[in-house]
Write a protein that binds this ligand. Structure first.
Ligand code: FAD
Length: 524
């Protein structure tokens, strides 16, 4: 009975929506109606508009004119062709062509409105993934790849893959991000040193370009589009399907956090471990900082050790946490203890401060979900997040550490959130992709993941980010920002450096009217 009622309600709403022309803002600033004849499932109710207007960053708020909830990829192509200057219908009369902005939105976990389309149309990619069900994730017969609807969250890719005993090889720390969203940036984490970012593990893509053309691309087929879109910040097309590389899935993980009071030993061990990509090396490597002027989270450690961990942090003011994981299953069980034993004997950590948990593979990959639940319960998830993510050349990491960590962070009266600090290998990245990295074999991923809870003002935290950037600038440390948001063209030109001309050329080729992902502020 309830189901029937719900269905009738949805039918009525859909009918109402389909009979009501939708008002959006054109690039020229005039009101444009989306004609009913386009047959698009657009939503303009306050809830849908508000949900599409902000993101995880909780700093920007940009209302779109409408949200497209597509049930097929052809609907997206139709919208984009119309956005390129189909006839607009101004209060009944047909006027010359107008263009308007369109942005794909995966999970909206951007930080500064990158998935917004002020006045234009936000394409809700979750709708497409839902419409594709049960074929949103299709594992190939031989288990070597998965064809995935781009609006699918990585956690659902993982679930579908492990059911078949396989798994993607490289992950972000948090899995409730869409495939299309992370492929538009890079998708980095603790497996990147071994397998590269997520963009290095894609065989093929279906993309609807800014002109509304549906194209399949791969390293061999339309390679300009393929490499452009990977890390392309949504500028060239909307990814609708991605073919993701898979490998055998392990079942369990030895997950360690190993504490260092000495930065040189921490750095030396991290860099040595990422150079070991054979069977005896680790499968995952990250690192983070525990500082006495911040919240010291000891929940990973056994209850009986939590007090001495907290004391170690207080005594040294800063402790470097090496985080490594080694996967195993029944076949690799014999070597797992050997690897852990070798780590405990050869690494230069603070004696007695190596802790190992043994957890299922799924739980390990999904570990940040627990943090999310904790923060949500404290009301600290939906707060402003002025995050700064940067890649620092390996050759300057000591200077960065001395200037930024010792000089700036430890001198704050308090710090907030998590600070990530780990190296990765550049040889796993393909320079033809759009993402920018420092020009060195080893570079560090630094994440100042600050959150402004309570009365704290996010601008104050942002000041710290500015100081970090300024310090690098003044010291000649050639960092590259990740998940960045620049508003000045010169900053984008500097960011892309030698790739800028190519980026611009692809924009003209695939999205000449500059309609896509305007929230990135690259071509506005
Ligand atoms: P959205 O925010 O929805 O979109 C991001 C950009 O991509 C927008 O410009 C949008 O228009 C465009 N876009 C979205 N979908 C498509 C598509 N199908 N085709 C073309 N363009 C598209 N990143 C990492 O690399 N590693 C991490 O470990 C990591 N951890 C994170 C943890 C948290 C809690 C959060 C909030 C973010 C994290 N990120 C991480 C950042 C994350 O990868 C990016 O913010 C990513 O864009 C989020 O995906 P999304 O689906 O929410 O994208």
């Amino acid at each position: 009975m309830t189901n029937t009622l719900c269905l009738s309600l949805i039918t009525l709403i859909t009918l109402f929506i389909s009979l009501t022309p939708t008002l959006i803002k054109s690039d020229e600033g005039i009101d444009v109606f989306l004609p009913i004849s386009l047959n698009l499932t657009v939503l303009t109710d306050p809830f849908s508009i508000s949900a599409a207007s902000h993101d995880f960053g909780n700093i920007t708020d940009e209302n779109p004119g409408a949200v497209l909830c597509p049930s097929s990829t052809t609907e997206v192509a139709r919208l984009l062709r119309f956005a390129n200057g189909g006839f607009s219908y101004n209060k009944g009369s047909t006027s010359p062509a107008s263009t308007f902005k369109v942005a794909a939105r995966g999970q909206g976990h951007s930080l500064r409105g990158q998935a917004s389309a002020p006045g234009g149309v936000v394409v809700n990619m979750t709708c497409l993934a839902m419409a594709a069900k049960p074929a949103a994730v299709v594992i190939s017969a031989d288990g070597t790849y998965a064809d995935v609807a781009a609006g699918t969250m990585w956690v659902d890719v993982l679930k579908a893959a492990v059911d078949r005993g396989v798994s993607p090889v490289t992950w972000t720390d948090y899995l409730y991000l869409s495939v299309g969203g992370t492929l538009s940036n890079a998708g980095i984490g603790g497996q990147t040193f071994r397998h590269g970012p997520q963009i290095s593990n894609v065989h093929e893509l279906d993309v609807i370009t800014g002109k509304g053309e549906m194209m399949t691309c791969s390293p061999k087929l339309n390679p300009e589009l393929f490499y452009g879109v990977l890390g392309g910040l949504g500028q060239f097309g909307i990814i609708t399907r991605a073919r993701i590389a898979l490998d055998h899935a392990p079942t369990r993980v030895k997950w360690s956090r190993i504490l260092y009071s000495d930065f040189s030993a921490f750095k030396r061990d991290q860099e040595r471990l990422i150079s070991m990509t054979n069977d005896l090396g680790v499968d995952f490597l990250e690192g983070q900082l525990m500082m006495s002027n911040g919240f010291v989270d000891t929940s990973f450690f056994p209850l009986s050790d939590q007090t001495r961990v907290a004391s170690l942090v207080n005594d040294h003011r800063i402790i470097y946490v090496l985080e490594v994981a080694k996967y195993y299953d029944r076949t690799t069980l014999p070597i797992i203890d050997q690897v852990i034993d070798t780590l405990s004997r050869t690494l230069g950590f603070a004696p007695g401060f190596m802790f190992v948990q043994d957890v299922p593979y799924f739980d390990f990959l999904n570990r940040v979900r627990n943090e999310e639940d904790k923060l949500r319960s404290l009301g600290l998830w939906e707060v402003p997040h002025p995050w700064l993510n940067i890649f620092v050349p390996g050759s300057r990491i000591q200077d960065f550490h001395d200037g930024v960590i010792n000089g700036l962070l430890l001198n704050q009266t308090s710090t907030s959130g998590v600070t990530l600090f780990y190296p990765t290998n550049r040889n796993k990245w393909n320079n033809r992709m759009s993402t920018m990295t420092p020009d060195e074999d080893v570079f560090y991923v630094i994440g100042l993941l600050q959150s402004a809870g309570g009365s704290q003002n996010w601008q104050e935290l942002e000041n710290l980010n500015d100081k970090v950037i300024q310090f690098c600038e003044n010291s000649g440390i050639k960092i590259k920002e990740y998940l960045m948001h620049y508003t000045r063209k010169e900053d984008w030109v500097k960011h892309f450096g030698p790739k800028w001309d190519d980026f611009l050329r692809k924009k003209i080729m695939f999205d000449p009217k500059r309609l896509l992902s305007p929230g990135q502020d690259i071509f506005n």
